[in-house]
Structure formats: structure tokens, C-alpha cells
Design a protein around this ligand. Structure first.
Ligand code: CU
Length: 165
């Protein structure tokens, strides 16, 4: 006998599976247009549920003839600041707080491992995969822009450099 209830459940499961696939397949192509600037693939890698700090990565593309500056980062889920990782004179990896980042005209600036990143400390609750987090980027010319960072689970081997801060 034709069972409408089972058909309906099957349809719902198919739709959610499809939505899940879409989310996954587009995650690397995630781009946000902010007027003069484009933010590519803002993401926060997570390695487990016990993280007290996290880092945010993305690339800012400036296709215009005017430079801008990232002067502040803000979020509700943690304290946020701009950091830059570097290797000190003793060969140890350290990081320093950066007040602002120049985004030169017709170029791009990558926030990536072992370089610039947004440092999130004092996380209010554990970050969870697929629970995107809103972060406000404040640019000198463009102003305040809130964007969503995708929280992505990664293996600690691929992003080992950030586990200790
Ligand atoms: Cu850092």
C-alpha cells in the first residue's frame, strides 16, 4: 500500500542530505563581496572540543586602485585581535599583536598558518563544526563589515602550528 508518511520522511531526509552536500562542496568557494574588497573563504579550523583559543583565516582581495587598512576585528563569541606568527632569533615560533594590516591596491593579503591570523581567545563556548561564527572586520575606508567564518574540523596534523596558543 502506498504510504504517504514514509514517502514524506524519505523526501525530508533526501533534502537534508542534499543541503549537507551543498554546504560541503561550496565551502572552499565561499567568497564575500564587500564593495571594494573580497573576502575569500573565512574559516576557523577546530581540532576538538577542548580548545580555549582558535585562529581565523581568510584572504582579502583588493582589485581596486585604492589601498585600505584592516584596523580592528570584533566578535561576540571570544576576544579577537590580529596576530602575526613569526620565528624569533632562537628559531622559536612566536606571535605578536598587529595593530593594523595594510591591504594594498590591486593585491591580496592572506591570513594563513604561520603568518597573519585573527586570534580568538577566551572562547565563551566550544566552537562546533558547521556552527558558523560572525566576526566584524573594521576597515579604515570601507568601515565595519560583519562576515561569517565557517568552522571546519581539521586533523591536528594539517594545522599543528596553532594548537598551543
Ligand atoms: Cu595567534
Amino acid at each position: 500500500m502506498f504510504n504517504l508518511d514514509i514517502m514524506w520522511k524519505f523526501l525530508l531526509i533526501s533534502i537534508s542530505a542534499f543541503a549537507f552536500l551543498i554546504h560541503h562542496s561550496t565551502s572552499n568557494a565561499h567568497e564575500i563581496e564587500l564593495g571594494n574588497l573580497t573576502i575569500k573563504h573565512p574559516m576557523i579550523p577546530i581540532f576538538g572540543s577542548k580548545m580555549k583559543t582558535a585562529a581565523g583565516y581568510f584572504t582579502i582581495v583588493n582589485k581596486t586602485n585604492e589601498a585600505d587598512e584592516l584596523i580592528m576585528v570584533k566578535t561576540n563569541f571570544a576576544n579577537a585581535m590580529i596576530h602575526k606568527s613569526k620565528i624569533d632569533n632562537n628559531g622559536l615560533a612566536t606571535m605578536e599583536h598587529v595593530e593594523k594590516v595594510l591591504i594594498p591596491s590591486n593585491s591580496s593579503v592572506a591570513f594563513e598558518q604561520e603568518s597573519l591570523h585573527i586570534m580568538f581567545t577566551a572562547l565563551k563556548e566550544p566552537l562546533e563544526e558547521y556552527m558558523d561564527q560572525k566576526v566584524t572586520l573594521v576597515f579604515k575606508k570601507l568601515g565595519s563589515k560583519e562576515i561569517e567564518f565557517q568552522v571546519e574540523k581539521v586533523s591536528s596534523k594539517t594545522m599543528n602550528s596553532h594548537k598551543d596558543h
